[in-house]
Write a protein that binds this ligand. Structure first.
Ligand SMILES: [Zn+2]
Length: 302
């Protein structure tokens, strides 16, 4: 607020400088140090103008790097109760991981000022193509599907956990980001995916590259190896929408250590902050969001 106030005072300066014929302008000093009624009037007008203009000038401020005000993000909880996705090393279904992580991410995005719509929070949406359509109908600016990862069956081993024999693989861990070139906003989806990958890496997460392996079921082309961003052309939630759309695999839940780590609020919150950075950067580059017409500043140089 201090910055807004200071900027507003500076903006008013050209209005009064000519009348005052003085190098030192201070709106409060007008009413206390001058007896001339015209100066008193100017002081009153200045203060009134300040009150009227403050909200306008505040709205004209460029958004802060971490401020998502004005953005509406759709978070899709991947899979459903009836088709719950992968099974973790300890036998938990992926949908539960996706639901918990999406809720924490939603809280972080909302704290940063974004409007968030969580799709499929209760796990009752079984269709895939309808999810990005629901997001578009809700008025979202971007669609992010939240998932947790598994590996190719050939890497799975078994272990006994609490009396159950379960499948696991400790060989691969980390996040990955997917987009589809068939999306109507393919370029924006790709750029949003790159921003998400970059932000995840910068936040200390490690990308997994196992989806690039040339085997059946994988063989996904890497768009950026260093940040774990893949093209997945036929990925239904990524290709079906009219919005910039990505899918984020938050971690590998068949990995016995990573399964525990991804369930911590700290891990989920860090992902949320990485997405705030990615979305703010995407907004600043006009990859996502509606862009307001900015009025010229009053104190802009002529
Ligand atoms: Zn999944």
């Amino acid at each position: 607020m201090w910055n807004y106030g200071k900027q507003a005072l500076l903006a008013l300066r050209p209005l009064t400088a000519a009348s005052l014929r003085s190098a030192s302008f201070h709106p409060m000093r007008i009413s206390t140090t001058t007896a001339a009624p015209v100066f008193r009037l100017l002081g009153t007008v200045s203060v009134l103008a300040l009150v009227v203009l403050l909200p306008t000038l505040a709205n004209d401020e460029p958004p802060k790097p971490s401020d998502l005000t004005g953005l509406h993000i759709a978070l899709d909880v991947g899979h459903s109760l009836s088709k719950p996705g992968a099974i973790s090393a300890r036998g938990q279904v992926e949908f539960v991981f996706n639901q918990g992580t999406a809720r924490v991410i939603a809280g972080v995005l909302r704290s940063a000022g974004a409007k968030v719509t969580i799709l499929n929070e209760d796990g009752t949406i079984t269709g895939l193509a309808e999810r990005p359509q629901l997001a578009a109908r809700a008025g979202a600016d971007a669609f992010i599907s939240i998932h947790h990862d598994s590996v190719n069956d050939k890497y799975l081993k078994t272990w006994d956990h609490q009396g159950q024999t379960l499948a696991y693989c400790d060989r691969f861990s980390g996040y990955s980001v997917f987009c589809s070139e068939l999306n109507l906003r393919a370029a924006q989806s790709r750029n949003l995916a790159l921003e998400a990958g970059k932000a995840m890496l910068a936040a200390g997460f490690k990308p997994t590259l196992h989806h690039h392996e040339p085997i059946a079921g994988e063989n996904r082309p890497l768009i950026d190896e260093s940040t774990g961003v893949y093209e997945f052309t036929e990925l239904v939630v990524a290709k079906s929408g009219k919005l910039p759309s990505i899918l984020l695999e938050c971690g590998v839940i068949v990995h016995r250590d990573e399964e525990l780590i991804v369930q911590t609020v700290q891990y989920q919150t860090r992902i949320g902050h990485a997405l705030v950075a990615a979305l703010a950067s995407a907004r600043d580059q006009k990859i996502i969001g509606r862009h307001r017409l900015r009025l010229p500043s009053w104190n802009a140089p002529h």
